[in-house]
Design a binder for this molecule. Structure first.
Ligand SMILES: [Zn+2]
Ligand SMILES: [Zn+2]
Length: 98
């Protein structure tokens, strides 16, 4: 009986994963749906090849933390991973997602 309960629980879990492919943004660690070219939370692109082709035409700004060039509309720096619009966001907030 216990095994059956465990088995159905595992089935439930795998079904949920199959229905929506999710991944974690490497920059802001929010969960986003696949396939996504960019994160809906921090607006960073995931694909580096896209950056080579289209990145040049997009507006840039300097990260106020590390000084590297990032998208002007990005909410997070892809290099130092500091939030640019939510300075109050703490490491505790990020831990809650896990
Ligand atoms: Zn993100
Ligand atoms: Zn930075």
């Amino acid at each position: 009986m216990q095994n059956d309960a465990l088995h159905s629980l595992m089935n439930l879990k795998s079904t949920a994963i199959q229905r929506k492919r999710m991944k974690k943004c490497p920059y802001c660690f929010e969960v986003v749906e696949e396939p996504a070219a960019r994160c809906v939370h921090c607006l960073q692109f995931f694909i580096d090849s896209l950056i080579d082709a289209d990145y040049r035409s997009l507006d840039k700004k300097k990260c106020i933390f590390c000084g590297k060039k990032i998208l002007s509309e990005a909410k997070i720096c892809r290099f130092c991973r500091h939030w640019l619009d939510e300075v109050n966001r703490t490491a505790d907030d990020i831990d809650k997602i896990d």
